[in-house]
Design a protein around this ligand. Structure first.
Ligand code: GLN
Length: 274
């Protein structure tokens, strides 16, 4: 049986087709579902194993990226049953399933407090993603260092420097205080950091760090490693010809973007579907 992935769409999300395509290449059954279908009870998260919040421009980034959508999700109730959508998501997490938020989806997870969920406290907001230091939208490929000691399910076995595209105006990661950052490091919840291609080390240097994120943070997970959010777009590197220099460089046939989703599929097969 293939793991079933729900890829959310609507209200300005624009990467759902590309993300669903990559999930299918990775071996999942991916279904694009509109927010309204969840709201009207036509679809229910209990029927899926992976929940994906794709990139885009939810509500036109008004009030800050994903801010309005976070409020909508926090307070919305399913028509008929009256169930809170957020409770559906919390049950989904409780059931050992996987959640990934990419770019706008990461901003949404952070603004909902589902990431970083320090100490397993889901819903508590301790970090944010705000305007890039450059003051403009950044659309470029970046190098990323993967934390090999992170519990993150999605990055298992990925090593060396990854190369993914970013496309965002509000990607600067900030934390409430130093203690939050310390705990994130201690628990391995900092999964990806923007890196300098020469040294391979996390960097604050522009343009390698495209937004000025503190500690060069590009992606984090919850303490279980089953909820993952990242600003770069792994789904946009699903084939070697996506790479900007694919005609000039010798590239392995399987991209790290695809591997990331294959990890999720393998994990679900081993745990929930075995
Ligand atoms: N590609 C995206 O998901 C962009 C996210 C958001 N709209 C931003 O500009 O920051």
């Amino acid at each position: 049986m293939k793991p079933r992935a729900l890829v959310l769409s609507g209200y300005g999300i624009n990467c759902e087709r590309e993300t669903a395509h990559t999930l299918r290449l990775a071996g999942a059954e991916a279904e694009i579902v509109h927010f309204s279908e969840l709201l009207y009870g036509e679809k229910h998260l209990r029927d899926y194993h992976l929940l994906c919040f794709p990139g885009g421009f939810l509500d036109g980034d008004h009030l800050g990226a994903a801010q309005a959508a976070a409020h909508r999700l926090r307070h919305a109730r399913v028509v008929g049953s009256g169930e809170r959508l957020l409770d559906q998501i919390l049950e989904f997490i409780e059931a050992g399933k996987l959640v990934i938020g990419i770019c706008n989806g990461f901003q949404l997870l952070v603004k909902l407090g589902l990431l970083p969920a320090l100490g397993g406290r889901y819903g508590e907001r301790r970090v944010s993603l705000t305007y890039n230091d450059s003051g403009r939208f950044e659309d470029r490929w970046v190098w990323l260092r993967v934390n090999p000691d992170s519990p993150c399910v999605f990055t298992r076995g990925l090593s060396g420097l990854l190369y993914f595209p970013v496309r965002h105006g509000e990607g600067k990661f900030v934390a409430q205080d130093e203690d939050v950052l310390r705990e994130l490091f201690r628990k391995g919840q900092i999964v990806l950091q923007y890196a300098h291609p020469q040294t391979g080390r996390p960097t604050q240097e522009y343009p390698f760090n495209p937004n000025g994120s503190v500690e060069a943070v590009a992606g984090i997970c919850d303490p279980t490693g089953r909820i993952f959010g990242l600003m770069p777009h792994p789904e946009a590197f699903n084939h070697f010809t996506n790479h900007p220099r694919w005609t000039r460089e010798q590239l392995p046939p399987e991209t790290p973007g695809l591997k990331l989703f294959k990890n999720a599929v393998a994990y679900l097969r081993e745990t929930l579907l075995s």
